[in-house]
Design a binder for this molecule. Structure first.
Ligand SMILES: O=C(O)CCC(=O)C(=O)O
Ligand SMILES: [Fe+2]
Length: 297
């Protein structure tokens, strides 16, 4: 992907970046404030090419070094509000289907024990919420994803959550409901906790159950691994690339910033109940809406 393919709207004059963003992001490395510049186009092109090749892009040292302690402490302070699951899920977070053979991926239920701090529990003034809602940040992410625009979730619980993984918790192989996710490591564990993923193991209209089954059975030939440091940002196509978090020493806190192509994104009833322990009337109302990509979950 050549830098010149960044959409022309981004190539207009530089827009002023609010102080909060300049104070937080390493703008030398990632010039979000200079959308017309070569440096901006190059930063976007690097992310795009990683996403094309790998379904995953790493923006190392995205957060300024002098803000890392505040970022980590904020997540640590919010982490006791996580809802912890001790449950079983298949990779699609769907119910069992007894009509399928026992070794089918839909019937592969794995233990998970991580927790999430939900969006409505993260204060408006929190660093991660200000970043999530920032228009300049959103435009940069949209450019990286080659989307004309991205939207915050309509979901009152999901969309911006902190994944809380005390030592010895598990987040097993799964696909995400949303097509892509932006992750910000807010506390790197002492060791381990790598992000493991299978790039584009399924596609719209093609579940590739055989390939998924091979990975679930322990064949890691197609599995890649990424270690994030505190303050690193990651863009990831989680609806197509099955992924999990490896066991860690020490607490791992990763903030997940979910955006959607449409403004009405809501998590499913089943998923929301399992992961966050509660649903709202908005979730019940949205339950009739179905996706059309012929993929589960
Ligand atoms: O914490 C992470 O790096 C990823 C978490 C994840 O995959 C999820 O919550 O769906
Ligand atoms: Fe995920």
């Amino acid at each position: 992907m050549s830098p010149s393919s960044v959409r022309p709207e981004s190539g207009t004059a530089a827009t002023p970046v609010d102080d909060a963003l300049a104070d937080l992001i390493d703008l030398e490395r990632y010039p979000l404030d200079q959308p017309g510049s070569d440096a901006y186009r190059e930063a976007v092109a690097r992310v795009r090419s990683q996403l094309h090749d790998d379904g995953c892009a790493l923006l190392a040292r995205f957060i300024r070094e002098d803000r890392l302690a505040a970022l980590r402490e904020e997540s640590e302070a919010l982490s006791p509000q996580a809802f912890f699951s001790d449950n079983s899920v298949n990779p699609y977070v769907t119910p069992d289907d007894p009509d399928l053979p026992e070794d089918h991926p839909v019937r592969c239920f794995q233990h998970y024990t991580n927790g999430f701090v939900a969006k409505d529990l993260i204060p408006d003034q929190a660093i991660v919420k200000r970043l999530y809602r920032n228009a300049t940040f959103q435009r940069f992410i949209a450019d990286c994803l080659e989307e004309p625009v991205i939207h915050e979730f309509a979901d009152p619980i999901a969309g911006l959550v902190i994944n809380v993984m005390p030592e010895d918790t598990e987040l097993p192989w799964h696909f995400d409901t949303n097509e892509f996710i932006v992750s910000l490591m807010t506390r790197r564990p002492e060791s381990g906790g790598e992000f493991q993923y299978c790039p584009d193991i399924r596609r719209p209209g093609d579940e590739n159950f055989a390939g998924v089954q091979r990975v679930l059975e322990g064949d890691h030939d197609e599995v890649r691994s990424l270690t994030l440091n505190t303050g690193d940002l990651q863009l990831f196509k989680g609806r197509y690339s099955m992924h999990r978090v490896a066991a860690a020493k020490g607490q791992r806190l990763c903030t997940l910033l979910g955006y959607a192509k449409a403004p009405d994104m809501m998590g499913s009833l089943e998923h929301t109940r399992k992961i966050y322990g509660r649903v709202t009337q908005q979730h019940i109302d949205a339950d009739n809406q179905r996706r059309h990509d012929r993929l589960m979950g």
